[in-house]
Design a protein around this ligand. Structure first.
Ligand code: ZN
Length: 179
């Protein structure tokens, strides 16, 4: 994963503690106001690596196999799509040039890029809900987003993927539908 965009915020109230969190495509690092530039550099690197480690721990079990991926789809369809989305096949595929994932509604086949194996579970869940929703509604119109937005972290996940794509210069989008 490439380095994300970092915004450093210094606070006078903050004396000792350093913290960091992800906000869409950015990472916000909070530092005490008095910290030197050298310390800032050290801490930003440290917090990025901590954040990445904790996100790695939160990777989805669905990353392990096509079977685990299919199992996760059953759960997500049940939870957010009234159990109505039933793909005929879903599998991990080698990285695609312009897409995170793709769905062919006519054959109900969904393919998920290997690039997503290492994203946090909640981001992969969004991609799965997105692809599953295409089995109910083709295209990206209002009806489509009504389904997808039932997944509460949709907006955050869209931001995360945009940031990841930009950071790695991938130019990947969710322009993902094939008929
Ligand atoms: Zn789509």
């Amino acid at each position: 994963m490439a380095e994300p965009q970092v915004e450093v915020r210094r606070s006078k109230r903050r004396r000792q503690t350093v913290s960091a969190y992800r906000d869409g495509d950015k990472v916000i690092v909070l530092l005490p106001a008095r910290m030197s530039r050298a310390e800032e550099k050290k801490w930003v690197a440290e917090m990025l690596s901590r954040l990445q480690r904790s996100e790695t721990r939160r990777r989805s079990p669905a990353r392990d196999s096509d079977t685990a991926l299919a199992q996760r789809c059953v759960e997500l369809s049940e939870q957010y799509l009234d159990g109505r989305a039933e793909p005929r096949s879903i599998r991990w595929v080698p990285p695609m040039r312009t897409r995170w994932a793709s769905c062919t509604p006519s054959t109900k086949a969904i393919r998920i890029s290997d690039r997503l194996r290492d994203v946090p579970g909640w981001v992969l869940d969004y991609v799965l809900v997105h692809e599953l929703a295409h089995l109910l509604v083709p295209g990206h119109g209002a009806d489509f987003w009504k389904w997808v937005n039932r997944y509460p972290k949709t907006e955050r996940a869209v931001g995360y993927l945009e940031g990841l794509s930009a950071a790695a210069n991938l130019g990947l989008t969710m322009g993902d539908q094939e008929d």
